[in-house]
Design a protein. Sequence first.
Length: 266
Amino acid sequence: MALGVDAPGRAQIGKKTLRTDRWWLAPLRIGVILAFFVIYATVRIFMNKWYWVDEHHYLTPLYSPCISDSCVPGSSHLGRWFGDFPRWLPLSLITFAVLAGFRGTCYYYRKAGYRSLFFAPSACAVPEPHKTYTGETKFPLIALNLHRYFFYGALVFGLLNVYDGVQAFHGEDGGFGLGLGTLIIWVNLVMLWLYTLSCHACRHIVGGRLKNFSKHPLRYRYWTFVSKLNPKHGTFAMASLFTVILTDAYIMAVSAGWFSDLRFFN
């Protein structure tokens, strides 16, 4: 039996939609951005090179932390926990699994992905092509409900990125230094933390299931702060995609010797 707009008793309209505006522009734009980021990140994690600038201690967030014997000297801030990886295995496998899981299960990205990549649906008053609907109750989509646990992992990696950012204040003589790469890394850190802290899971963790806020003043304060960020979660989600790509691309270019880092101090 047909479902949705084709169900018995529903008016049968031959056209896909009666909308006359460019409704397809928004999902197309978001779809292109998401596809580009997925392709870029996939290519970069399999390159296994050009992720560390030893002179200025720049480590791209796509490879942080680097904890294998295969990592280039100086890039293992937390030590080397594993032996040499096979050349085909990404050095940033753990990082990619956790952060891709966090973004992939994110409520905003789920909405954006459904509309832009799976057309479920693409826009209001535009029927989706799928004939059945099970929501997120069956495999593999039921795994999207692991978002809260990926959030905890994202917090840990966020702290690691802050440590990397502090290391990026490294001068050529070993003292304090500041370069364009340092600024790019810290702009990315700000966007990543805004995206992480504005998360719906974060808002629920700090203030969810409380029956009386007056008995939990600190949690109420945190909940209020996160609630102010939460309406802009989608904006932070997309902006942080661009800052991650910019940071990685800049460090890759400096590491590969395509150009030198612009230094402001030392």
